[in-house]
Design a protein around this ligand. Structure first.
Ligand SMILES: C[S@@+](CC[C@H](N)C(=O)[O-])C[C@H]1O[C@@H](n2cnc3c(N)ncnc32)[C@H](O)[C@@H]1O
Length: 290
């Protein structure tokens, strides 16, 4: 069934207010709602509501709810491609090799080389096919860290397609908590986790940042991977420190080359030390330790 995405773009404070009103109002309906930063420099955020059924009614309710927030732009709409279309586009992209990981779609199943670790990802509506420099940087860094360390558990914050959580589970055979602010991403993540036979190890949960009771049961983490953007990463630095075990490792990405210093400074201030940086296609991936 096609899905309609209703969305609007505006500055951060307005967007967060709109997100929180929509989230509260649509909670009972089980509609997926997301917010993400479109452009960090100009603080533009996008808030989306995904409607599988009765889009006209969803839009009317959104307009009613958002009337309480003056200054918001008109709501735009787009019909989302069916999953088949996404699978087709993934086919056009081809498989990706990052370290010893071979990230591929169903059409490339079985095409990995000896010694490679295959991860099958049907992208669906979530980020993380391995094609982006941040994902491939994280995959390479995960391999490096797991060569040197034996974590007992891990967190993949902002899991998207769950590609990184699956990589950790397959390589280290440890429990991984995979979280995302976006309910749609979590659905895709869960399907990919099952597809890769890692459901015994990877637990998927929808949560913004560290806001979910499940974190209390899991912490501290020996390894945290977070491929989100520079600003949220900087904001999360103190909470990351709180959730990381002594001598634990943290892998951060979603950071542009020019943002590296600022993100590093935020983490050094929390007592982290820098171990290594990987540069991929204008993006950096950092490895830090407590
Ligand atoms: C760049 S994608 C990374 C996906 C995947 N981990 C990868 O490396 O390819 C970032 C993901 O983080 C999620 N995200 C952004 N901010 C978040 C937050 N504060 N808490 C949890 N998830 C967040 C987004 O919804 C998105 O799925």
């Amino acid at each position: 069934m096609p899905e309609t995405r209703f969305y609007l773009q505006c500055e951060g404070t307005l967007a967060r207010r709109a997100y929180s009103l929509l989230d509260g109002a649509f909670e009972e309906d089980g509609l997926a709602i997301s917010i993400f930063e479109v452009d960090e420099a100009s603080d533009v955020h996008e808030v989306s509501v995904y409607a599988l059924e009765d889009p006209a009614n969803v839009k009317a309710r959104m307009e009613e709810i958002l009337a309480a927030v003056p200054g918001l732009p008109e709501i735009s709409a787009e019909e989302l491609p069916a999953v088949d279309w996404v699978a087709h586009s993934l086919k056009g992209l081809g498989a990706v090799r990052a370290g010893r990981f071979f990230v591929h779609g169903a059409h490339e199943r079985g095409q990995h080389r000896p010694g490679e670790m295959p991860i099958e990802i049907e992208a669906g509506l979530a980020f993380g096919t391995g094609h982006h420099g941040t994902t491939s940087g994280c995959l390479e860094m995960i391999e490096r860290v797991l060569k040197a360390e034996r974590p007992r558990n891990a967190l993949d914050l902002g899991t998207g397609s769950a590609v990184l959580a699956i990589a950790i589970a397959k390589l280290a055979h440890i429990p991984v908590l995979a979280t995302d602010i976006d309910d749609v991403a979590i659905k895709v993540a869960h399907e990919n986790v099952r597809l890769n036979k890692t459901a015994r190890l990877v637990h998927t949960v929808a949560a913004p940042g560290f806001h979910h009771p499940t974190f209390r049961a899991w912490k501290p983490f020996d390894l945290i991977v977070a491929n989100i953007l520079a600003r949220p990463l900087m904001r999360l630095a103190p909470t990351m420190a709180e959730h990381l075990a002594p001598s634990g490792s943290i892998i951060l990405s979603g950071i542009l080359d020019r943002q590296r210093r600022a993100v590093l400074a935020a983490y050094l201030a929390q007592g982290f030390r820098h171990v290594n940086t990987l540069h991929r296609e204008g993006w950096v991936t950092l490895h830090l330790k407590h």
